[in-house]
Structures are given as C-alpha cells and as structure tokens.
Design a protein around this ligand. Structure first.
Ligand SMILES: *Cc1c(COP(=O)(O)O)cnc(C)c1O
Length: 378
C-alpha cells in the first residue's frame, strides 16, 4: 500500500461486533477474562488498549517499521528510549535540538550518570570522532530545530552500526510523509505526535517505531513498567488526524515554499532558513534524504528584541505560540519559548539569537499568510 492509503487503513478494520468503520474509543481500564490465563489479548489498559493498538500499527506502517508504541507525550517516548541506557553510558547527540530534549539530557539523565556530548552541525566523520568507548546511543533530530540544518541519517547509521550503537532519529519535523529514517538505517524513529501526525493542535502524544523485535520487546516492557501511555480518546483523535496527513503535508510544504521565497526578498529580513531554498547549506542532502522540505521556516529579523515583540503582536493570521505542525500557522520566538531552557551563551553560539523567529506554516490560503506577514513586518 502507498502512504496515503496506509494513513487511512493501516491498523484499522471495521469493528467485528458492530461493523463500525471507525475504530471505537475503548474507554476502559480493564477487560473481562474468561478463565485463568485466558483472555482476548487485553488484560489491563496500561498494558494494552485496542484503540491505542490501532494507532501504534498505523504509525508503524507509515514509517515502514514492524512495531509501534504510543506514549502520552513526545517526552514520554523519549524517556522510554533513554531507559535503555545505564549509569556510566554516554549519549552522543546533534547540537541543534528541541529544548525539552536538551533539558532531559542535561537536567535529568546527567543525574543518573548518563553524560551527553553534542556534535555541532557535523558530518558522519565528526560523529565517529566524538564516539567514546561507552557510547551506547546516537540521537539525531533532522531537520534540526529551530535552525533547520540537516544531518545525514544514512552516513551516521553506518557509523553507529559499525560500533554496535543504537541510532534514534526524532522525525517530528518531517513526519513520515517526507522522511523515513528506518529506511535510511535508523534503529528507532521518535515522534511527538502532538505535531504533524495529529496535526490539529488538540492532543499531546508521542510514538516510537522500530523494526527489531528484541528492541520492541524492551521498549514495550518499559512502556508498561513506567506507564506513560495515551488515553484511548487521545489515541482516537490522533488516528483521526493521521487520515489527512498526506494531504496536509503537501499543503504545509506548498505554503512554506511560498512564505520562504517571500521572506527571502523582504528588506526587513536578515536571513531565511528553509531546506527547500537552493541557498540552504544542506539543500542537496535534503533532496537526497527527504521527499519534500516540510512546513517549517525560520528567519532572522533585522533589528532588536523589541522589533520582534512588535512583529508578533501585529500578527493576525499567525498566532504567537509554541508548538508546530497544526493546520493553523504559528509564529514562535525560540529564545524565549521552546529553547529558553538552553543557557543564553550556548544558545547564541548556536546561532539561536534573540531576533530568530520560527514559523510553523499552516494550511490556510497562502495569500492570507503573505498579507499577514507583510503587514506585520511593515
Ligand atoms: C514537541 C517536540 C518534542 C516533545 O514532544 P511533546 O509531545 O511536547 O512531549 C520532541 N521533539 C520535537 C522535535 C518536538 O518538536
């Protein structure tokens, strides 16, 4: 099956009891068992729920994986991956990361004696050089957040596997529609399903997808042991959102290209970051690794923090808010919002300055988006 068909049908079958074509919301905490050790595959809803299973199977199919696991948030999915590490292990990560991921590495994992070091916009050789004898996991986010640099998944997977290290890729920014890391050699794909996968800004959720059964069993064990699972209604909403993922991603991208070109020409804009622009340093890699450039555009405004404040207050169609990947357009100020947990000196060194703005381009009419930006920049 092709992507758009899987988005609608994978993991979902008409309900055998009633014929309902939509997966029911199994709002239950437990399941009747017929005798000792005899049940229908479900015992207790932290361990398993049919609505959640449908979601897990659907996301797994979209990522070309064999197994999916759904979580209560992207961070809960991250925690499940990190639970595979032990005290004394080393984690190697790309440096331009979701702020909450950085906070988890530095303020939580460090206390458990798991040290993280960061590779700055590097090649696979830079990753290989940064390995330590105790490196157990490589963590990539690509395109990175918020500077939209790319990391070569295939090349780094090759390095990771040579050293028997697990490679996890946070695929939240591309969604499986534009990029499938398992096909490029990653061991685990991670999503904040809060973003493009659900796509309607009404659920917090996360997911992991993998091919290896042993790895699945280990992560499934942790999911049940720690219990960071989504409720059935959130699983159902996310499944409903996924049905239009292909349509939405196409429109997000079309609008993002138009907005990026508009910003590139604008006198008040210092710099535009969008992998679809030929001037983007990773444009060639983006063409190779992704089947499209996505819906996120960042730019540097000419001026000061107070000009940034004026701009976000003037926006009418764009809403000034954290998060991304929903049908509505958002503008976010990473330095004070999503990335405020990164110390200022580290932030500035990474190019994440006070005048950087990140746009999540929605699926509104692109003419309205340009008019709004024009008046806000004016
Ligand atoms: C939002 C986000 C997360 C965290 O997900 P939550 O659902 O908010 O817990 C992780 N990675 C990326 C890239 C994100 O954008």
């Amino acid at each position: 099956m092709k992507f758009a068909t899987k988005a609608i049908h994978a993991g979902q079958h008409p309900d055998p009891a009633t014929g309902a074509i939509m997966t029911p919301i199994f709002q239950t905490s437990t399941y009747a068992q017929s005798g000792v050790g005899e049940h229908k595959g479900f015992e207790y809803a932290r361990t398993g729920n049919p609505t959640r299973s449908a979601l897990e199977d659907c996301i797994a199919a979209l990522e070309n994986g064999s197994y999916g696991l759904a979580f209560a948030s992207g961070m809960a999915a991250e925690q499940a991956v990190l639970s595979q590490l032990s005290a004394g292990d080393h984690l190697l990560s790309c440096d331009d990361l979701y702020g909450g991921t950085y906070r988890m590495f530095e303020s939580v994992m460090r206390r458990y004696n798991v040290e993280t070091s960061y590779v700055i916009a590097g090649s696979s050789a830079d990753y290989e050089r940064a390995l330590r004898p105790n490196t157990k996991l490589i963590w990539l986010e690509t395109p990175t957040n918020p500077l939209l640099r790319l990391v070569d998944i295939r090349a780094i997977a090759e390095v990771a596997h040579r050293y028997h290290i697990l490679l996890v890729v946070d695929n939240t920014f591309s969604s499986p529609y534009f990029q499938r890391p398992l096909d490029l050699g990653a061991d685990i794909v991670l999503h904040s399903t809060t973003k493009y996968i659900n796509g309607h800004s009404d659920v917090i959720g996360g997911a992991l997808v993998m091919k290896d059964e042993q790895l699945y069993q280990a992560l499934k064990f942790y999911q049940n042991a720690a219990g960071g699972v989504p409720g059935p209604f959130d699983a159902w909403l996310t499944l409903r959102g996924i049905k239009t993922l292909a349509l939405r991603m196409r429109q997000h991208e079309e609008n993002a290209r138009i907005v990026a070109r508009f910003l590139l020409e604008h006198l008040r804009v210092e710099k535009v970051y969008y992998p679809g622009l030929p001037s983007h340093p990773d444009h060639e890699l983006a063409k190779r690794q992704m089947s499209g450039f996505g819906g996120m555009v960042s730019f540097q405004l000419k001026g000061t923090l107070s000009d940034v404040d004026t701009l976000v207050r003037r926006c009418k169609v764009f809403t000034f808010a954290e998060s991304l990947g929903g049908v509505e357009s958002l503008v976010c100020h990473p330095a004070s919002m999503t990335h405020s947990s990164i110390p200022q000196n580290i932030r500035e060194a990474r190019g994440l300055t006070d005048t950087l703005l990140r746009l999540s381009i929605g699926i509104e009419d692109s003419e309205d988006l340009l008019l709004d930006l024009e008046q806000a920049l004016g």
